[in-house]
Design a protein around this ligand. Structure first.
Ligand code: BG6
Ligand code: MG
Length: 218
């Protein structure tokens, strides 16, 4: 029986939190006089907190002292934590649970590959922690997506070769990281944005169990 490693990104793939990252960054940018568009936000999806702030400051042509930089990162996270304080299972994206359940039933590895340092509390709040064979998050990596480190670590933890790994991602940086790792990338979201992915779906509702079976077999 084939055993593949399915790697899920968290924000924007499992839970509908990408909107909260966006709101928190937009508010912070606007407060320091920097405009922040949806298109710019696409470039921050999957990107670490530190690199996101570095990019926003560069777009606004601003430089900050190390202390102020740390202070803004803390403020952004506080705002984000406020948004997710009361989150629960209703924030799970459609059919992600059906997909995870099917993969567990078919004895596949189910793992997490997220840039977020808030991943574990979110999995706890949504009651999903137990579903994962391995979790790699922002606390475990030194290189941010599009570097493949996060996904290669998930592969290693499950003793799976990269070409037997399948990555679900909603970000350009994440698709590039999966491709760089030599894995099968599946874009969840806007196909024209995620055009580097091997397969594209707007949501898990479009991913049938027979498609998953094909991925397992091949
Ligand atoms: C990614 C998000 O999953 O995690 C990014 O797509 C976010 O928007 C990054 O910046 C880091 O998350 P956190 O929760 O550690 O600030
Ligand atoms: Mg994401």
């Amino acid at each position: 029986m084939n055993k593949k490693c399915f790697i899920f990104d968290l924000d924007g793939v499992i839970v509908d939190t990408a909107k909260y990252h966006f709101l928190a960054w937009k508010n912070l940018a606007n407060n320091i006089g920097i405009d922040f568009s949806q298109a710019q936000n696409e470039q921050l999806k999957g990107v670490s907190r530190e690199q996101s702030l570095t990019k926003i400051l560069a777009w606004g042509g601003k430089t900050l002292s190390a202390t102020n930089f740390q202070d803004l990162m803390r403020k952004k996270n506080e705002a984000y934590l406020n948004y997710i304080a009361t989150m629960g299972r209703s924030e799970l994206l459609p059919d992600v649970e059906r997909t995870i359940d099917f993969l567990i039933e078919t004895n596949q590895y189910v793992t997490l590959g997220s840039a977020s340092k808030n991943a574990r509390p979110i999995l706890e709040k949504t009651n999903l922690l137990e579903a994962f064979d391995a979790i790699v998050d922002g606390n475990d990596i030194t290189e941010a997506k599009p570097n493949p480190e996060v996904f290669l670590k998930a592969a290693k933890l499950t003793n799976t070769q990269p070409n037997h790994c399948i990555v679900f991602e909603d970000s350009v940086a994440g698709i590039q990281a999966a491709n760089a790792a030599g894995m099968i990338s599946i874009g969840i979201g806007n196909e024209s944005v995620l055009n580097e992915a091997v397969h594209n779906f707007t949501s898990f509702t479009e991913i049938s169990n027979s498609f998953l079976e094909e991925l397992i077999k091949n």
